[in-house]
Design a protein around this ligand. Sequence first.
Ligand code: SME
Length: 153
Amino acid sequence: MSAPKSELYREILRSADALTAGETDGVANMANVAALLWEYLADVNWTGFYRIVDGELVLGPFQGKAACIRIALGDGVCGTAAASGQTQLVDDVHAFPGHIACDAKSVSELVVPVIRNGEVIAVIDLDSPTLARFDSYDTAGIEALAALLANRI
Ligand code: SME
């Protein structure tokens, strides 16, 4: 039987902390965390980062299929999270206005902004082929991860 989700996220946070502590290279840290999420989370088809570069989102380290490289702030689920600074928990991306389909298999999505000194610097994006795959535990877990990474990416 798999561990409860809260325990799973405690484990993810412990591992992410250990992997990124003391490492100043943000790309390396994002790459390892994308791999960690891919390894630990069941039923996901994309885990990774978009960073804000010159006022738009640009693809960062990830696991999964090759994805859209640039997303304007306010566009799609990622652009909405980045523009609003608010987590986007989407049960069915087909019902989300402006959703950007990078992988046709994606059905549900969780996007959490990474905020440093009050500014969104990146988003963490998780996609799943299953309807309503993500819940409040995933949201709380990934928001805690975003807080941990704010000064490490
Ligand atoms: N579906 C996202 C685009 C990024 S990919 O899922 C990796 C969106 O609507 O923002």
